[in-house]
Ligand binder design. Structure first.
Ligand code: HEC
Ligand code: CU
Length: 401
């Protein structure tokens, strides 16, 4: 967490007072903002200058009486009304045209579904694949999954929230919009590839080798204060040329939509939790085992007795200090950067090692509603999805429905 903060401060220091790097060709903001700035700057100097000039030139002479000069000048008054009115009209038309462009994604846009949740982002690509959570390339700290986009074509982001209000902000692409629970918002941009500032990135390939691609890296923030770990909802946007993007796409950086949740959970357990939690009832001196945990009633914590269900597991992962299991210390760090898919995977995996409950081994993320319940096959969920309009192809269950 500290390193994230230092990282951010380091980056802030490099920024100038002006706009951050512009990595988009869809920018409707900078030109107008600079125009307004320079117009204001000009009139600030002009008006203040005249004021000082008049104050000196026409200051009251010692013996002079009250001024008896002119009180009205039509030509002057028309001038100082018409010129500002004209400038305001320019600003309005310029801004309104920009707004219309920003609000209407081009028809050939590449569709990505963005899901905000406490505390991270899931990015779902047109065929249902999702970015995996990653490690920050510089600090090695875990971070929320990154957004990967191709350069040179419009990208439309459809925004939804699993829980509370969030907001996506990508300064370098000049886009920002609220992510509202129960509603789909959208925004779009077209990124430009900058070969000068591109970094090499080694990707794992299917056959166990690596392939090197070039990419630009930018920041993505949550800009709606959404609770305790709001500041961890920071991640990267990577911009690739189309051919490198295609290579990234077929690498192992995406969750295949058909991967069963239980497999995802097992992978997370073996890579991130197995050092402490056993799944066979062993190693319980310092860490509780996961064997037969799910479904227990009367499970004892420092807050009393609880039922081990989805909510309890999610809380134990996102905010482990909230309830400490009886007989153990508060030794587990939070895992804010696991994606919603990964957490659901852990839950399914836990069910599979518990006698207390049944598990559906083939359940995939796309089979779940946003709140984690299994979708009703008769189509209860379809209505809500229809509202995303053309974005249907980007829904997580596009394959299964
Ligand atoms: C450094 C060791 C450590 C690691 C790594 C760790 N945990 Fe824990 N975990 C603990 C300890 C200690 C407790 C008991 C204290 C508490 O409730 O916080 C615990 C409790 C839990 C509980 C509640 C268990 C119960 O019996 O009620 C869950 C669920 C859990 N951890 C999930 C995870 C997941 C998922 C991961 C991996 C992503 C993980 N933990 C990684 C140490 C760890
Ligand atoms: Cu947020």
């Amino acid at each position: 967490m500290d390193t994230t903060l230092f990282n951010m401060l380091a980056q802030v220091k490099e920024e100038s007072l002006w706009f951050p790097v512009d990595a988009s060709t869809s920018n409707q903001v900078d030109g107008l903002a600079y125009f307004i700035l320079w117009v204001c700057g000009f009139f600030l100097v002009f008006n203040a200058g005249l004021m000082v000039f008049f104050a000196i030139r026409y200051r009251q002479q010692k013996k002079a009486g009250a001024a008896t000069g002119q009180t009205h000048n039509t030509a002057l008054e028309v001038t100082w009304s018409v010129i500002p009115a004209f400038i305001l009209a320019v600003i309005f038309i310029w801004g309104f045209r920009g707004l219309l462009k920003m609000e209407r994604p081009p028809d050939n846009s590449y569709d990505i579904l963005v899901t905000g949740y406490k505390w991270g982002w899931d990015f779902t690509y047109p065929d249902g694949g999702q970015s995996k959570s990653e490690k920050d390339p510089v600090t090695g700290e875990p971070m929320a999954p990154a957004l990967h986009v191709p350069a040179g074509r419009p990208v439309r982001l459809t925004l939804q929230s699993n829980d509370v209000l969030h907001s996506v902000f990508i300064p370098a692409l000049r886009v920002k919009k609220d992510v509202v629970p129960g509603r789909f918002n959208q925004m779009w941009f077209e990124a430009e590839f900058d070969p000068e500032n591109a970094e090499d990135w080694d990707l794992p390939t299917e056959d166990g080798g690596t392939v090197t691609v070039k990419r630009n890296e930018y920041e993505l923030f949550c800009t709606e204060y959404c609770g305790q770990n709001h500041s961890l909802m920071i991640t990267k946007v990577y911009v690739y040329q189309q051919e490198d993007y295609d290579k990234w796409y077929v690498s192992k950086s995406l969750y295949d939509p058909s991967t069963p949740l239980i497999d995802i959970g097992k992978t997370i357990w073996s890579t991130q939790c197995a050092s402490c939690h056993s799944i066979d009832g062993s190693n319980t001196a310092n860490y509780p085992t996961w064997l037969n945990l799910y479904g227990q009633t009367g499970h004892l914590t420092d807050k009393g007795s609880v039922e081990v269900n989805d909510e309890y597991i999610i809380e134990s992962i996102r905010n482990p200090a909230a309830q400490i299991v009886d007989g153990y210390g508060n030794q587990m760090a939070a895992f804010p950067n696991l994606t919603d898919r990964e957490v659901r995977g852990i839950i399914e995996f836990m069910k599979s090692i518990s006698d207390q409950v049944e598990v559906d081994e083939d359940l995939t993320y796309g089979d779940l509603e946003i709140d984690g319940t299994v979708k009703d096959e008769s189509g209860g969920a379809e209505g809500a999805e229809g509202e995303a309009g053309d974005g249907e192809g980007s829904q997580p269950d596009a394959e299964s429905s």
